[in-house]
Design a protein around this ligand. Structure first.
Ligand code: IPM
Ligand code: MG
Length: 357
């Protein structure tokens, strides 16, 4: 009997449904080629569902989602709903509720012409960010006092725990070892201004002692942004706290050719994990069939790699690389190639692609 994977799918808002549709077509096609089954179950959560029912993500559905092998998420966010309400109720709820403490964000340039940096090649832009995903300012601890008055005070705490910091740093060291590229781990922080980040500095040194084969490097977040643009080839694996990781990975997405390229995995090793494109819901392009589904297809690739279908993952990766290098997918910017036409191309090319051993 072939293996079968139960995938919880939340298409979400804006362009979410159309990019997820193409991602699922690619999933179905690659499963047929590689001989496994993927069974998607759709969950309707997002803005329309909220407006119709006032439900964000009810507990029974959360439990049902937890019972799947993996989760594929499109995008959440809609201008009709107060900012952050659905983002926190759905994305953050899943990240925190499932304790998905690693937000893995590869920055991989498939073809030189996609890179906005002069003379940088795919060899130069090939790095992975390990973003902490369950702490920092995202815990929502804080509040607003005397709201709307001249004496208003707004506080949101930046939280780091020893356990939370250590586990994500350890994951990043393991990844640097597994990738075996530069055998280097870069820790990005802002300990010179945020003294609480001294916890990151010490934990990095202490955990690093267990990895004598991995060189330790350090950069402040502002400098890291500068180096990313100037010398992306210096980056291999980088570990970073939640908020700075959010910001620098958007920069990473542009360096790899645009938001249309960038995928991520929200991971708790060994447990149900969630995969998503890092772009948002882009409401103004919703339903127009102009958004690139490549980031979602790359998220499907990460999901398959995570569940152990590594050949299928390599097949998707090689296919995307081939189609982008040969400009059959001309670029990752909105409107470059229709959403469905991109999915058609990928599905047709999957079978012909030579999969690296
Ligand atoms: C991301 C997004 C989210 C984040 C938003 C939608 C809350 O920007 O996944 O990068 O800040 O983590
Ligand atoms: Mg972001």
């Amino acid at each position: 009997m072939s293996k079968s994977y139960a995938i919880a799918v939340i298409e979400g808002d804006g362009i979410g449904p159309e990019v997820v549709r193409e991602g699922l077509r690619v999933l179905e096609r690659v499963a047929a080629i590689e001989g496994f089954q993927a069974k998607p179950t759709r969950f309707p959560f997002g803005a329309n569902h909220y407006l119709a029912t006032q439900e964000v993500l009810p507990d029974p559905a959360f439990e049902e989602i937890r019972g799947h092998d993996a989760i594929l998420l499109g995008a959440i966010g809609d201008p009709r709903i107060p900012v952050g309400h659905l983002e926190f109720g759905i994305i953050a709820r899943l990240r925190f509720g499932l304790d998905l403490y690693v937000n893995l964000r590869p920055v991989k340039l498939y073809a030189e012409h996609l890179c906005p940096l002069k003379d940088k090649t795919p060899e130069d832009v090939d790095m992975v960010f390990v973003r902490e995903n369950t702490e920092d300012v995202y815990t929502g601890l804080g509040g607003i006092f005397k709201k709307g008055t001249a004496d208003e005070v707004a506080i949101q705490e930046m939280i780091f725990t020893r356990k939370g910091t250590e586990r994500v740093i350890r994951y990043a060291f393991d990844l640097a070892r597994k990738r075996g590229k530069q055998k280097k781990l870069l820790m990005i922080d802002k300990a010179n201004a945020i003294r609480a980040m001294d916890l990151w500095t010490r934990t990095f040194e202490e955990v690093g002692a267990d990895y004598p084969d991995i060189a330790r490097d350090h950069a402040y977040i502002d400098a890291a942004c500068m180096w990313m643009v100037k010398n992306p080839e210096w980056f291999d694996v980088a570990v970073v706290a939640n908020m700075f990781g959010d910001i620098i990975t958007d920069l990473g997405a542009m360096v790899q050719g645009g938001m249309g390229a960038a995928a991520s995995g929200n991971i708790h090793p060994g447990q149900v994990s969630m995969f998503e494109p890092i772009h948002g819901s882009a409401p103004k392009y919703a339903g127009k069939n102009v958004s690139s589904p490549v980031a979602t297809i790359a998220a499907v690739q990460m999901m398959l790699d995570y569940v152990g279908e590594t050949r299928a993952a390599s097949r998707i990766d090689a296919t995307l690389g081939e189609l982008l290098r040969t400009k059959q997918i001309p670029s990752l910017t909105t409107g470059a190639l229709a959403t469905d036409a991109t999915g058609d191309l990928v599905c047709a090319a999957l079978e012909k692609t030579a999969v690296p051993a």
